[in-house]
Design a protein around this ligand. Sequence first.
Ligand code: ZN
Length: 453
Amino acid sequence: MGNYFSKIIRNGTLVLENGCERADLGIRGEKIAGILAPESQLEADEIIDASGFMIFPGGIDTHTHFFEPGANYREDWFCGTRAAAAGGYTLVMEMPNSSPPVIDEGTFALKLGLAEGNSVVDFALWGGAIAGNQAELEKLNRLGCIAFKGFTLDAGPEFLWLDHQQQVDGMEEVKKLGKVLGFHAEDAAIIQELKARFQNQPWDLRLHDEARPYYAELTAIENAIIFAEHTGCPIHICHLSIPEGAECIKRAKKRGVDVTVESCAHYFLLNYEDQFEAGTYGLIQPPLRSRERMEGLWPYLLDGTIDYLGTDHAPYTEEDKEPKDGDGWRVMGGAPSIDIAYPLMVTEAVLKRGMAPHRLAALCAGNGAKRFGLYPDKGAIRVGADGDLVLMDVSHPWNYSRKNSFSKTRCTKFPYEGRELLCQVVSTFLRGREIYRDGRILAEPGYGRFVRG
Ligand SMILES: [Zn+2]
């Protein structure tokens, strides 16, 4: 029994927690059961040849939107998790601001039901912390939400944003539950004022940044940190887009504030200058910043200030993203990326900028698993962990197109269209089972399991 493996993945380069190693990987059932000398002669029911491939831990997306319930013409759990599997993600943490939002027991059960029968990757659910639902947080916690998410600015009539004192109140409650409170951090008052001021100018991508300026994001981050320091609540800053915010978080961490921060591939690779022509297809929130700010964010990824990379995958359709009567101000913020973000960051951070592969693995999997309490079952290639793996080919450049996406919307006007990647997902394993290979999904809907926070 000790030497029995159901699968051995042979001759790959394993991206382990402290570095890379040429080794064979033994899997028994759902678990990683052995890291073996290469060319091991051990027997297994199935031998998989991974010669020439790097084997990363399955990605953990800390920030996913699938829009089901509410807008499943854009994406649903079935196609969204297929796109995730194709992108090397084995676990998604789905955001609560769907319609209806996940803000109480009923809405949690509704989303869980939709996800359970349809998902091909494992999933966790964020709970919403909105104005007025403080009493519900304890119930959402009992149901197993992974963490809580709040907005510091208007997020529509269903997902009521938290003003300053409400952020403090929310933190007091979330701290009691032993969970993390995440924020979409942009200042409400600044953005409301500037939006009104700019309304009559024709929208463009630079103006989008001016109307939601870096100092609005920085103010909201500073405030959240002050409140976290006061309450002692662990907080998480979502989708950081500015180096100034990273510097502020770095200082807060140094003095012991329990704050972690996520950023996304697009804030390292896209900006309103180079992507100006993408127009509303480059409209996301927080906005794409200047080329200089984009470049300025890299050192904070390399020095470890930024804890994890989420996708903020938001699969809007062409109808959603085209300006309404020529008016870009009314277009929804968001863009899809779950099927490209992981190999894209292997390309840009590891292959082009020299980041150690195991550090990128921590950003795309390990650190998120640790922050949200899923480690060591999830997040790393180690004996005893779930067999969540992604085989990456780093020797054949290719060009991305949304035409081949598993997403419902295959609109090709988003900024990554046609981009060259030096890394491609060949195969994805979830709990020991191959769920994706060479463009085909191999798992049936419902194989993905709910992961309790
Ligand atoms: Zn988001």
